[in-house]
Ligand binder design. Structure first.
Ligand SMILES: [Zn+2]
Length: 469
């Protein structure tokens, strides 16, 4: 490279980089004024359920710079730019859905690395879910594409369990291919993305061999992460009891634990099978993974009533489950409440428990200093039907509803406009110049008075105001 060419290259970069900088600054808007107050946002008057910190009480939650700044009784609204009254509602850590399929956008038909997956943000934030774990839609060779297409572009925090099959979850032709299950390479790939690849998945295997499970454990040992098992086709050559007593490690996760399809239920008593009891004894976690075919009333009811609770509630969200018996994460929680679980129990199973299972202890709690992912839930009462995998229903009287979701301290979903001003209010309830500190929504322009007619066009010579997104 000549010196002249080098100078040109540097100049070119300077111009390009500053242009990108301006473009990004334009999208973000001008810098925010400093906030001298203790909080950007205060959630006031709610009932906090924070299993990790053993809080089940009326508490206010103060948030600043995207983090939980204080949890206490009677925090002062004068210390916050914006206060939202959440009286009568539960305030919980942002929910974690431990089992979803969100590798959409590749265009591949009939594939969970494609059309069988959904884009996360349309299903999560409106349900109080701020973190999802994609359970094996991608493998060693298409994880980078998954990260680029989904993980890096979603408002929802998307974590991944890497499929032990290098090609990912693309149908039986791939998922039964014993030649494409390399624990060492998969574990090394996982180790490159700590905190993003949080587990190894085996799923849908139809063969009699133990190889997928043993290779998954090899990968899990290399990256120090759990494996999650969807036990595929029931085979007499590999009984569930052997899987959980000889092949899996304490800390691994057995999903679809109430399907009853692979030996989870004692066929004589209807209670938890010996395999499930061994799981509990060894510290292998029981995950619901409702999906389209993994939650039966006849299985879940006697097992739960017999005292065997799942460790985590998850949806197994995908196009085949999203509109049938399984509706969303709160719907799955409602079902466990119909059987007899309490609201604090199901909230723990969607917050601190899954965070612990994937060794991401910073998630799923409202500790001071934690990222302020928060769900605000109401309890609707009435007569509701809850449908399982066989289109049979149980009736219940309570239903959890997501009212408000915060991601990193900002409102990303608000069902009934709790954070909004009345349309004809004379004054803003908060300084709109600071609104980007506590919401992702557009606010009325600062100081625009009640009844103002916004001009249809800008007068000649005046700068055109930015169009709200
Ligand atoms: Zn699944």
């Amino acid at each position: 490279m000549t010196a002249k060419y080098f100078v040109h290259a540097i100049l070119g970069c300077l111009i390009l980089c500053s242009t990108i900088g301006i473009a990004q600054e334009g999208r973000r808007g001008p810098p925010l004024p400093a906030n001298p107050l203790a909080y950007d946002l205060l959630l006031r008057g709610g009932h906090v359920l924070d299993d990790k910190n053993k809080i089940d009480a009326m508490r206010d939650v103060g948030i600043k710079d995207g983090k939980v700044a204080a949890v206490g009784a009677n925090l002062n609204p004068k210390d916050a730019l914006k206060t939202i009254d959440v009286t009568g509602l539960y305030v919980t850590p942002g929910l974690i859905d431990l089992h979803v399929h969100v590798f959409a956008g590749t265009g591949e038909r009939g594939s969970y690395a494609g059309d069988l997956s959904v884009y996360p943000d349309g299903f999560t934030l409106r349900n109080g879910v701020t973190t999802v774990v994609d359970a094996g839609s991608s493998g060693l060779r298409n994880f980078d594409d998954f990260k680029d297409k989904i993980i890096d572009r979603s408002t929802t925090r998307v974590l991944s369990m890497l499929n032990i099959v290098g090609a990912g979850m693309r149908g039986s032709k791939y998922e039964d291919n014993l030649e494409d299950m390399d624990g060492k390479l998969t574990g090394e790939k996982a180790r490159q993305f700590p905190g993003v690849i949080v587990g190894i998945k085996s799923a849908h295997f139809t063969g009699p061999e133990w190889k997928p499970y043993d290779q998954a454990v090899i990968a899990g040992n290399i990256a120090n992460i759990p494996v999650m098992i969807d036990y595929g086709t029931r085979r007499t050559e590999r009984p569930l009891l052997d899987l959980v007593s000889k092949h899996l490690r304490p800390g691994d996760i057995y999903t679809h634990c109430f399907s009853g399809l692979r030996g989870e239920q004692n066929s004589e008593t209807g209670l938890a099978s010996e395999a499930l009891l061994v799981m509990k004894k060894r510290g292998i976690y029981c995950d619901v993974g409702h999906g389209g075919g993994s939650f039966a009333w006849t299985v879940a009811t006697p097992i739960l009533k017999g005292g065997y609770l799942p460790d985590s509630i998850s949806t197994d969200l995908h196009v085949g489950s999203m509109n049938n018996g399984m509706k969303d994460l709160l719907n799955v929680a409602d079902k466990l409440m119909v059987i007899g679980e309490t609201i604090p129990q199901v909230v723990a199973q969607m917050t601190s428990h899954p965070a612990h299972e994937i060794k991401q202890e910073q998630l799923g709690n409202l500790s001071v200093g934690s990222g302020a992912d928060v769900a605000v839930l109401s309890v609707e009462t009435g007569s509701f039907g809850f449908v399982d995998m066989y289109n049979t229903k149980m009736l219940g009287t309570k239903k959890l509803v997501c009212e408000l979701t915060l991601r990193d301290g900002k409102v990303v979903y608000d069902l009934n406009g709790m954070s909004a001003d009345m349309w004809d209010a004379k004054d803003h309830s908060a300084d709109a110049r600071q609104s980007r500190r506590w919401t992702t929504f557009n606010e009325r322009p600062y100081a625009s008075p009640h009844g103002q007619r916004f001009p249809q066009s800008s007068p000649v010579g005046e700068p055109i105001p930015p169009t709200p997104k």
